[in-house]
Ligand binder design. Structure first.
Ligand code: HEM
Length: 401
């Protein structure tokens, strides 16, 4: 018999359980009722799930640090910038990065993203069916990333191959050594790719992000080559999978809830609010880790310095203490301070870009394919960690039928 998740006596939660990833909200509610501090099955890392506790941790990087060894698990040779370093150094990097990701800057990319979305829809619309992850949710953020970085669209396949080599290395399940080796090999290719781009932009500057990195001054000095590489690495990993996961979770929800989908079709003006509500409800980045630097007490549990903790963003986002009727998906929700993009100093750098990508994608998809459903007899599959719907078979009426 499968072990109950979470364990009802200890609150130990298996965060790698695909059933949890597929439908986490009832488990979040159970945690809220029973354990202020739960634990991660296997690792034993404490889990914070209340909104107020998670926000406190995110806003106090001196107590809850982002600098930890476990971060090298993604094949990177050095900490990723700015995600894996604490203020004040992180603050200096954000000063030079934030300006490049403002709402205004991002709007300039909107026509290209709308075009990419329509090209992907063109490729499937007449078939009356597709596997959404492969057909749309994976390639769209990839193309957006290449536009953002000023890189050629022909490199899409290469980028996706490299990204998968890090996020889902093709090795037997559970073979950690093989996964480590594959990631290390892949990361060398990623560094080599961006080394070449840096050389190229130094020789022939352009109006793009990498050229900006080679020129910008931070605290009175230029960025080193390693710093530029460490920034590109996090963009590469942070900017692709997260949007893919959010698109998949949103469409899976809307496919299973036709009345909600109909609201978007009839009134596309509610799209920005709907995007926020879907981000809150689905929170595809379920958790972020932190390392406790100073003893700290949460409720009646003291977390000792040196403890690794998991901040369960997804649970915080359905906490009734913060969100009235938290378990109702309400596209008119006005006060929606969700944590899908984190909070505090490390709050997502790409949130404006992500929001625009999601809004444009959902606008175009519903304008052109308003009446879709999950293929009868099929069940979507969701991966844990970042909740990508890796198998989402959709059907819709063919034109003229
Ligand atoms: C819907 C899509 C996205 C979601 C749900 C998301 C989620 C998050 C979250 C939860 C964090 C905080 C991590 C932490 O506190 O440890 C974060 C940070 C970050 N995100 Fe995103 N992200 C998304 C899209 C993007 C995009 C498109 C980019 C573009 C490059 C991006 C770049 C980053 C970077 C650089 C950081 C680190 C910021 C820092 O540490 O100062 N993200 N993201």
């Amino acid at each position: 018999m499968p072990r109950p998740n979470p364990d009802p006596n200890t609150g130990a939660l298996n965060v790698q359980d695909p059933a949890f990833a597929a439908r986490p909200q009832p488990i979040y509610a159970w945690l809220h009722e029973h354990f202020r501090v739960a634990t991660t099955l296997g690792l034993g890392a404490p889990i914070l799930s209340r909104y107020e506790d998670v926000v406190f941790a995110l806003r106090h990087p001196k107590i809850f640090s982002s600098e930890m060894e476990v971060h090298m698990a993604l094949g990177n040779e050095r900490p990723m910038i700015p995600q894996q370093i604490d203020p004040p150094a992180q603050t200096s990097y954000r000063k030079i990065l934030d300006s490049q990701f403002s709402r205004q800057r991002v709007l300039a990319l909107e026509p290209a993203i709308r075009r990419h979305a329509n090209e992907l829809i063109d490729a499937v619309i007449d078939r009356g069916e597709c596997e959404f992850d492969r057909a749309f949710a994976i390639p769209l953020p990839g193309r957006a990333f290449l536009s953002l970085m000023g890189l050629p669209q022909e490199h899409l396949e290469l980028f996706l191959e490299l990204k998968n080599g890090i996020i889902r290395p093709p090795v037997p399940p559970g073979d950690l050594a093989a996964a480590y080796e594959f990631r290390a090999k892949t990361s060398k290719r990623i560094y080599a790719y961006f080394e070449q781009v840096i050389d190229d932009r130094l020789a022939s500057p352009r109006e793009d992000l990498v050229t900006y990195f080679t020129r910008v001054e931070m605290d009175g000095r230029k960025l080193s080559r390693e710093e530029i590489l460490d920034i590109c690495y996090v963009f590469f990993l942070g900017g692709l999978d997260t949007v893919t996961a959010t698109l998949g979770c949103s469409i899976a929800y809307l496919a299973a809830n036709p009345a909600q989908r109909q609201r978007l079709v009839e009134d596309p003006a509610i799209m920005p609010l709907a995007v926020e509500e879907l981000l809150r409800w689905e929170t595809p980045v379920m958790l972020v880790p932190r390392l406790v630097r100073e003893d700290v007490t949460i409720g009646d549990v003291t977390l000792k310095a040196g403890t690794l903790v998991n901040l369960l963003l997804g649970a915080a986002d359905v906490d009734e203490r913060e969100f009235p009727e938290a378990h109702r998906v309400d596209f008119n929700r006005q006060r929606n301070r969700h944590l899908a993009f984190g909070a505090g100093p490390h709050r997502c750098l790409g949130s404006h870009l992500a929001r625009m990508e999601l809004r444009v994608a959902l606008e175009e998809w519903h304008r052109r394919i308003p009446d879709y459903a999950i293929k009868p007899g099929e069940t979507p599959r969701v991966s844990p960690g970042i909740r990508e719907v890796t198998y989402l078979p959709l059907v819709w009426p063919k034109r003229g039928s």
